[in-house]
Write a protein that binds this ligand. Structure first.
Ligand SMILES: NC(=O)c1ccc[n+]([C@@H]2O[C@H](COP(=O)([O-])OP(=O)(O)OC[C@H]3O[C@@H](n4cnc5c(N)ncnc54)[C@H](OP(=O)(O)O)[C@@H]3O)[C@@H](O)[C@H]2O)c1
Length: 263
């Protein structure tokens, strides 16, 4: 199937590893010119040939700098993938382990800066170009938005806000040809799940349980019916499909191995 992406341009936030890196690889393979943002460049990102912009996307300046550099590099932006997230394990772990009474404003602020305000600010900065090119915004959310009470609560709420942002962009800018789509993965085999220092690895160590057993426990508790986590490549395929030309706007696509049971 021709995704009609050849010759287009894209910005991918959090493109140095995990899901973002898989998206960069697929877009480049489709003939898209890509700018990828993260704090550090990785050898794997360098190999793709994408242009790396080193920015901290928890800051307003980081968002502005990214779009200025991307516009200078690409001329205009057809596709924006707001993927940045997860960040440092300590931050995510806090939201999972502390109660509402214990989790300070600073943690909520940081989580919202990384997962919500980064997307808002980068989208706002890119919108003139996206309107000009009738472009597409893909927001990488999480099924956590629908499971608000389980796990890192600040993360869950920030993802629910991100889902709402997709709808707002779709509604306000759809008439000008800009589409916005939410992709909501369940567990994905990136560092969060696989690294000994990732969230699951840390919880396993704290509970004295082998890492693999902790993963299985989580998948069972979450109600995964396929019995496995998704791969970054599987999620990237859905993101790249969402970014390809179509009449889809404001929709959410879940890729979670059957965790979400509601119709
Ligand atoms: N993995 C899962 O199970 C899962 C499930 C559902 C949803 N998601 C969502 O999918 C997205 C990607 O997750 P992932 O698992 O692929 O994460 P990951 O492997 O940890 O990659 C995160 C990316 O974001 C960058 N990043 C982190 N903090 C940053 C900051 N302050 N400024 C700029 N870049 C920053 C990282 O590079 P640097 O560290 O060098 O900055 C990296 O490129 C996130 O939005 C996450 O919430 C993941």
């Amino acid at each position: 199937m021709d995704l009609e992406l050849a010759g287009k341009t894209a910005v991918v936030t959090g493109g140095s590893k995990g899901i973002g890196l898989a998206v960069v690889r697929l877009l480049v393979a489709e003939g898209v010119r890509v700018v990828a943002a993260s704090r550090r460049e990785t050898p794997e990102l360098k190999e793709t040939g994408a242009v790396h912009v080193p920015v901290d996307l928890t800051t307003a300046e980081g968002a502005t700098e990214l779009i200025e550099r991307a516009t200078a590099e690409l001329g205009a932006i057809d596709i924006l993938v707001n993927n940045v997230g997860v960040g440092d394990t300590d931050d995510i772990a806090k939201g999972a382990l502390l109660s509402l009474l214990e989790l300070p404003d600073s943690a909520w602020q940081h989580t919202f800066d990384l997962h919500f305000y980064s997307a808002l600010r980068v989208t706002r900065a890119a919108l003139p170009s996206l309107v000009d090119r009738k472009g597409t915004v893909v927001n990488v959310s999480s099924i956590a938005a629908r499971l608000a009470g389980a796990g890192p609560v600040d993360y869950n709420v920030s993802k629910a806000a991100l889902n709402a942002l997709t709808k707002i962009v779709a509604e306000q800018f759809g008439p000008q040809g800009v589409r916005a789509i939410t992709i909501s993965p369940g567990p994905v085999s990136t560092g969060v799940w696989t690294d000994p220092d990732g969230l699951i690895g840390r919880l396993a160590a704290e509970n004295g349980v082998p890492h693999e057993e902790m993963v299985t426990q989580f998948l069972d508790n979450l109600g995964t019916t396929t019995g496995r986590v998704s791969t970054p490549e599987e999620v990237a395929r859905l993101i790249v499909f969402a970014a390809s030309p179509s009449n889809i706007n404001g929709a959410e696509y879940v890729i979670d191995g059957g965790i979400i049971k509601s119709v």
